[in-house]
Design a protein around this ligand. Structure first.
Ligand code: CO
Length: 497
């Protein structure tokens, strides 16, 4: 009976939470500009309701009783209760004053960031970011940690991830990937000019839909729309929304954002419907979510077999631009490695230097070893060191990302974790699915999707990221899978011995 009360409460919370999600999706896609004011108010009201329902004392009592006396519960139910109790205790640690101060600081910080970025004036942003970092240090103390204050913040996005492990991973990035990318830079470069010819919007849109259908994204349980920044959101496994953006003079932008969000979307559609609102019906972490998008985007969607399957269709849409381009040429153009200033436009290898830099900065800020006022200088020095480029201005440098202005400290590492998990999962999939890449070459992506469904999607949050990784691949996250993938693929692409 108690479990039913628990489940009912979480269903109510999910109903409100996903309604906020729907309002937020609409805000990013179709809402008229003038609707912003009331929309923010409506979303804040509903968020308050979620908080009230979740931190309610009676709900706490139900959780504690279930957790202390779990005899009648099965394994999945026990894990659900333990997970929710953990989240409950965490939420209870925040005082109303702190939540309000954080919310106020966030909106001021975000506004100052927008202005500073537009005007290339870091000084406008610095005092607000300083306040934000102080609050984040306080938040780490509120949440508690064993070794490093940054651990408490990372845990909000990637439960269980710790500085001690990330230090090892990023040391590998620094020592192995930086060296390998230097070899690529010294090799003969490949050609991708044809990617930047004129590609009409409507035809790109149709091709993107073809790709999603080929991935078995279920259009009866989801849809795609256009937004300024591509994203995926879900209101339940039967209603998953992906968005894309289309640039008429850059074919790359639509194709790989579409596949990327499609990968996120497939994860959401694969979560068990019967577990709606419960931890066992949710994604594990941002890193595991990102592993699904990157596996499709990079391991599949930037692979030669994939383009052998899809080049003819693409040529039918754009005969004048692409009839002379072979699948091999397209594959090479899809995998140009070159240092750049902007993280979101980076290739799949140099991308991790952007994250490494942000990771080092966040850690230093949390340790108090770096002051906000010295950020631009520190940032530019790291770009010189790891990417070998001179950052031209702060707008294209330290002011490019929205994350810190939102108070999202500890978020960036999940992007790299996603790619590293993806490489490890894909290596396992290749071992377990007979002639996987032949199947991809024939446009048959179903065996891979079914494998991901069974091994990953279907479990929801039943396992932690580390447990899942061990269960699927036989070992915990290991950077060498990514490095092997990178070396195998790019040594061939750039003729590196
Ligand atoms: Co993503």
């Amino acid at each position: 009976m108690k479990y039913k009360a628990y489940k009912d409460r979480l269903t109510t919370i999910a109903d409100i939470g996903y309604s906020i999600g729907l309002l937020s999706w609409d805000q990013e896609t179709y809402m008229p500009e003038k609707g912003a004011g009331f929309r923010a108010q409506q979303m804040a009201t509903l968020s308050g309701l979620v908080h009230e329902h979740f931190t309610d004392k009676d709900f706490g009592k139900i959780l504690k009783k279930l957790n202390e006396n779990p005899k009648k519960l099965n394994e999945k139910q026990k894990r659900n209760v333990a997970q929710t109790l953990k989240d409950y205790k965490k939420q209870k640690k925040y005082s109303r004053e702190f939540v309000e101060l954080l919310s106020k600081t966030t909106s001021e910080c975000f506004q100052s960031w927008q202005k500073a970025r537009k005007e290339n004036n870091f000084k406008l942003y610095a005092p607000h970011l300083t306040k934000m970092i102080e609050l984040k240090r306080k938040e780490a103390d509120i949440l508690g940690y064993k070794k490093h204050p940054y651990d408490a913040l990372i845990d909000q996005y990637e439960p269980g991830a710790r500085v001690a492990d990330l230090d090892v991973l990023f040391k590998d990035v620094r020592e192995q990937l930086v060296v390998f990318v230097k070899k690529i830079a010294a090799a003969k470069q490949n050609e991708d000019k044809f990617m930047y010819l004129h590609y009409p919007k409507d035809k790109q849109w149709d091709f993107g839909i073809d790709l999603l259908k080929q991935m078995h994204f279920d259009f009866e349980a989801g849809r795609q729309d256009i937004s300024a920044h591509p994203f995926t959101t879900s209101f339940n496994p039967k209603d998953v929304r992906v968005t894309t953006r289309i640039s008429e003079d850059n074919l790359k932008s639509m194709i790989w954002s579409c596949i990327h969000e499609g990968g996120h979307g497939l994860y959401e559609q694969g979560l068990p419907e019967s577990e709606y609102g419960l931890p066992s019906g949710e994604a594990i972490s941002l890193g595991i979510h990102e592993s699904q998008s990157r596996l499709w985007e990079n391991m599949v969607g930037r692979g030669l077999p994939y383009w052998k399957a899809n080049m003819k269709t693409l040529q039918k849409y754009f005969p004048a631009n692409l009839n002379n381009i072979s699948a091999e040429q397209f594959y090479k153009a899809a995998n140009i490695v070159a240092p750049s200033f902007i993280r979101t436009e980076a290739d799949e290898l140099t991308y991790h230097f952007h994250i490494l830099i942000r990771y080092e900065i966040e850690k230093a800020l949390m340790e108090g070893k770096l002051e906000v006022k010295n950020l631009p200088e520190y940032w530019n020095a790291r770009y010189k060191e790891y990417l070998g480029i001179k950052v031209p201005n702060n707008t294209q440098g330290v002011l490019q990302d929205i994350h810190w202005s939102h108070g999202s400290i500890g978020y960036f590492p999940t992007y790299s974790l996603g790619s590293f998990y993806a490489a490890q999962f894909y290596a396992t999939a290749k071992k377990e699915i007979k002639s996987l890449e032949n199947k991809i070459e024939n446009g048959n992506l179903l065996p891979l999707l079914e494998w991901l469904r069974e091994k990953i999607h279907h479990h929801g949050k039943y396992y932690s990221a580390e447990e899942l990784c061990k269960k699927v691949t036989g070992e915990k996250l290991n950077f060498s899978y990514f490095m092997d993938y990178a070396k195998g693929k790019y040594s061939a692409l750039y003729n590196i011995k």
